[in-house]
Design a protein around this ligand. Structure first.
Ligand SMILES: [Zn+2]
Length: 238
């Protein structure tokens, strides 16, 4: 015959396992919400980064334009001076200045083109980042709403499961309850069948003493048999 405490212990374990499962699900909800919020933040961050990049590049472009303007002024002055000088060496010296300044302007214009190209690319990134957020935001928000509902529902289910578990403890005798609490704090399930001589928890072979105790060959009201290896409460199945 099976141990008299076994039936009520199995009912307790069933409710306790359900409670633990619900508690684990409830615990996971804030983390899941945080993950979605991180995604939103990352998508907003990509938009902000592209916006800043465009702004910085436009500032750079303006700087180059100012430089082109002042270099062009300088070039104009050299040309005026050149038209006024009479001496050949002065004329040639100014001619050299003019060539150098023209090259400077050419280099600046090339840099400006590069910056303009970079602005185009950054604007594309900005538009793409905005589109990504726009596409995803409704889904992100719906997911967060769902998770918050889940949080509320799970909290209620945990309360019910706590009450069910507490009620299931009532019929269990004190020594069996103490043993169950000790074992279940380490290992769930705490009450497992022996099948083919092996513990259903750790799957190792139990001693013949434990197996015969689990078959009710010992004291009918004695201590519950436990696995030699993992300490779980065992009962004989086949
Ligand atoms: Zn075991």
């Amino acid at each position: 015959m099976v141990h008299p405490a076994l039936e009520s212990l199995l009912i307790l374990q069933d409710r306790h396992a359900k409670l633990l499962n619900l508690e684990a699900q409830l615990k996971a909800v804030p983390r899941d919400i945080a993950l979605v919020e991180q995604k939103i933040a990352a998508e907003k961050g990509a938009i902000e980064a592209a916006r800043t990049e465009v702004r910085d590049l436009e500032t750079k472009k303006k700087g180059i334009e100012v430089e082109i303007g002042s270099t062009a002024d300088k070039l104009g002055k050299y040309r005026t001076q050149q038209s006024l000088v009479r001496k050949n060496d002065e004329f040639q010296a100014l001619g050299h200045q003019i060539v150098t300044t023209e090259a400077e302007i050419g280099a600046l214009e090339e840099r400006e083109l590069e910056v303009m190209y970079a602005i185009d690319e950054a604007k594309k990134r900005f538009v793409a980042a905005e589109a990504t957020l726009k596409t995803n935001i409704a889904g992100h928000e719906a997911r967060i709403r769902l998770l918050r509902e889940r949080d509320t529902n799970l909290a209620a289910e945990v309360k019910t499961a706590q009450a069910d578990t507490a009620a299931a403890r009532q019929p269990v005798a004190e020594p069996a309850l103490r043993l169950y609490d000790r074992v279940s704090a380490r290992n769930m399930p705490a009450v497992v069948p022996i099948r083919g001589g092996k513990c259903g928890g750790c799957h190792l072979k139990v001693s013949s003493e434990i197996e015969s105790a689990s078959r009710g060959k010992g004291e009918p009201n004695g201590a519950l048999p436990t696995c030699d290896q993992c300490g779980r409460i065992v009962y004989w199945d086949y």
